[in-house]
Every structure is written in C-alpha cells, then in structure tokens.
Design a protein around this ligand. Structure first.
Ligand code: M6P
Ligand code: ZN
Length: 188
C-alpha cells in the first residue's frame, strides 16, 4: 500500500523513476502463450518479450497502481510479441494509454466475445470489468503503454492459460492480421 502522496518520472521508453518494482518477462517464462511450438523451441528463451515498471504496490481496494509496459518488437513464428494476458481476480476496470510504438489490445469477455482496439501513441483504451486483456506489439519498434488499475485487482492467468484467447495476432506482409485461434496449434 502506498500511504503517502508520490510522483514519478516516466521516460519515453517506459522507464519509471522512482519505481517500486520492475517485472521482466522472458520468452522461456511464457512459452505456452505462443501457438507455434517449433518456433518457441527454436527461439532464445532469454529473449525479453516485455518489461514493466510499477509505482504503488498491491494494497487496498482504494489504491490505484500505475504501470508502464514496454513490449519488444518481434515475432515467435508469425505471432507478434505480446503480454500473457489475464482476467482480474476482482473484476474491475483498467485504463491503457498508448505512449509510443504500434500496439493492439485484445479483450475478451467471459462469454467469449472479442474486441480488439489499436493503441497508437496518444490513445486511451478502457478495459471494462470482466474482460480479459492482452497487449500486442504489431510494429517494428518498442511498444510502450501505461496502465492504471486497482491495486487489489489481482492477475488471474489460469483461464487464459487453459483456453486462450479466441484470436491471435499474426504478422502479414503489410502489417498484421487478427485470426481465429481455431486451427492454430496451441503449445500448452
Ligand atoms: C499491463 C497491466 C499489468 C500487466 C502487464 C503485463 O501493464 O495490465 O497488470 O501485468 O500489462 O500483462 P500480463 O501480466 O498479462 O502479461
Ligand atoms: Zn489487467
């Protein structure tokens, strides 16, 4: 819990100074998120897929957290680098703000309905309560975004690890395509 007012300086590349924690996710830690098993095995497990800086720590329902996430550019097979994706343990909303690079947010409610929203610099996306969310770097540079959510929201990865999102975001000759996951071999 953060019990005093504070401020932090956010850099263009997503750094936060000061910050309370840095979370770095490497490919080897999220191999199951990507569909192409052979591509995962051929890739460097130490490759950093994203890095997040956070201010404020998990605390009471009244507290908010702010977090920047920088997703590196790249693909695993033809699937773009992305976050694992999660529901909140306590259904609650989240604001995303696109800072730099080309991103896309994939959101899916518990009935399976999917909505994707591009997140160019300056855009704000609202993730309503009950919608799982995953961010994808669909560009060639770092994709940096800022997130604000309740500090007691919690990350529930289990449902996404079990059945995944209904769509995947793949690289194409002229950008990206959002395609149904059906028929794409899942690696977990
Ligand atoms: C955003 C927020 C964080 C989340 C991070 C990475 O910054 O939604 O809560 O941890 O993205 O997403 P994930 O944990 O699903 O990999
Ligand atoms: Zn969230």
């Amino acid at each position: 819990m953060t019990d005093s007012p504070f401020s932090t300086q956010i850099g263009a590349a997503g750094s936060m100074d000061p910050h309370d924690l840095v979370d770095e996710r490497r490919l080897g830690q999220m191999a199951g998120a990507f569909a192409d098993r052979a591509a995962v095995e051929a890739a460097d497990p130490e490759c950093v897929v994203y890095r997040a800086y956070q201010s404020g720590t998990d605390g009471t329902a009244e507290d908010l957290l702010v977090r920047t996430t920088t997703i590196t550019p790249g693909t695993v097979g033809s699937e773009f680098h992305m976050t694992k994706g999660h529901h909140h343990v306590r259904d609650s909303g989240e604001f995303y703000y696109g800072m730099s690079g080309d991103g896309l947010v994939v959101m899916q409610d518990r009935s399976g309905q999917v909505v994707t929203e591009p997140m160019p610099p300056g855009s704000m996306v609202y993730v309503p309560p009950g919608w799982a969310h995953r961010s994808v770097n669909v560009g060639r540079e770092d994709f940096v975004f800022l997130a604000v959510y309740f500090s007691d929201a919690g990350h529930d990865y289990a449902a996404i690890e079990r059945s995944g999102f209904a769509v995947r975001v793949l690289a194409t000759d002229d950008g990206y395509a959002v395609v149904p996951s059906n028929g794409i071999e899942a690696s977990s």
